[in-house]
Design a protein around this ligand. Sequence first.
Ligand code: FAD
Length: 505
Amino acid sequence: SPLLPRNGTCQKTSVVVLGAGMAGITAAQALSNASMTDFLIVDVNSYVGGRVAHTTFGKDPYGNPYTVELGANWVQGLGTPGGPENPIWTLAKKYNLTNTYSDYSSILTYNENGALNYSYLLDDFENAYSLVEEDAGMILSQDYQDHSFRTGLSLADWKPKKNMLQQAAEWWEFDWEYSYSPDLSSETWAIVNYNTTFYQFSDANNYVFDSRGFNTIIQGEASTFLKPNDTRLMLNTNVTAIDYSAKDSVTVTMSDGSCITATYAICTFSLGVLQNDVVEFTPAFPYWKQEGIEGMQMGTYTKIFLQFPPDQQFWDADTQFFLYADPIERGWYPVWQSLSGPGFLPGSGILFVTVVYSQSYRAEAQSDEVTKAEVMEVLRKMFGDDIPDPIDFMYPRWSTEPWAYGSYSNWPTGLSIETHQNLRANLGHLYFAGEATSAEYYGFLQGAYYEGQYVGTKLAECIKGNNTACKDEASYDVIRGCTTSSKNLSPENGWDVTSFQTWGF
Ligand SMILES: Cc1cc2nc3c(=O)[nH]c(=O)nc-3n(C[C@H](O)[C@H](O)[C@H](O)COP(=O)(O)OP(=O)(O)OC[C@H]3O[C@@H](n4cnc5c(N)ncnc54)[C@H](O)[C@@H]3O)c2cc1C
């Protein structure tokens, strides 16, 4: 049996924290802050940080590689004097993370014939966006039915249809953030998500390019409560099964057959991991839980890095962004970012382009060589035929990474807060936390930070004997609202033939 412990019994602990990303570390830190020392942190990777991951890329003039971020890259929303501060920004300052303000007005626009100024379309989109904000406010405050962000944009008279310049402007303003198109995203939750970060903290995005890596902040926090080589941190440890059938414990089994029995477990595995049945849960999840898991969307966001000979840089050195509108396919290698300019890695010759959703799946499924040929074709349309070939090229494959299965979550049209809460809710002594469980900061590092901290604090209180803290999180067996009442399935509404009939088969 896969549950057979290696030494006859499972290792015992009070709380097992599954995952050493942002949520896992803030959960364990909360336990530690409450003077609880009896916990274990388990992660399949060899490092602390999860989806905040970097690698080396290219070479500087001395032959040393640069560091680039494969996952999270920006501190999104900082803070204002006297106002609330994004905890990620607090950590960025604490660890002196190297970062630069991303200036979204530093952008040049292109189509298949080269440079073409359509930056006024960005303003047009933003005007429509203001109307969508008002619409979302009305929906939320009046209990109206949500609709897609596309519906909101169309109501605001932003209708890109076949205009590929407008489509590119829209991609820059929307898909690049949410990793899905407006058609597939909830209007109200996209607005909520934007507002809680960018109106509460600040509207700045600061790009991190620290040679130690962005995950320095997570590793730094881990080392505030873990000793060097602390045996409570179990890296390179792959969880294959989680059994929460006992009333007062959870048993976690690893791929090597070893196991841990804990009074409580906090699972911070990504939504992609939960959706792809990587871990066998016993008993199988009830319908409401599974619906919560399947209901939220896992997006994919792929950064494709290129280094060009630094002495042959062909793009404007002082511009941060270059937007490409493909004449045929929306989202085709659209947003290009230079790391070669002032404030970043000057003279590095590094450019990267981002794709999401179907273009990510496509690029991630094909070889580097095929993708390189595609991106170079786009660059030659933008900058002319005589640009050099890259001297280095690299990109991650988030959609197929077995410990992530995607980049970060997005709230689809039609998902209620109750169904989302079902993703977030505990099952007995098995708790969940991570960016995707955050109703307001989903997708962001601060979402993972707050969710981990919340569950860690709660369980510490509970274990210390505060029974109110042991109360189950809200969950919903049946979800109504935002639905069609069956009495309205009537001919008056054009419902003439029942779809519940069968003709004897
Ligand atoms: C490409 C990309 C760009 C992003 N850009 C930004 C950005 O600019 N700003 C921002 O704020 N956020 C950004 N994010 C989102 C941010 O990275 C996440 O919100 C955050 O890192 C999630 O933390 P987490 O703890 O919830 O999950 P994770 O970091 O995924 O942690 C979960 C951990 O569980 C481990 N695990 C999974 N399965 C198993 C298993 N079976 N056994 C053992 N361990 C397992 C994983 O190894 C992982 O370390 C980006 C993410 C990506 C991928």
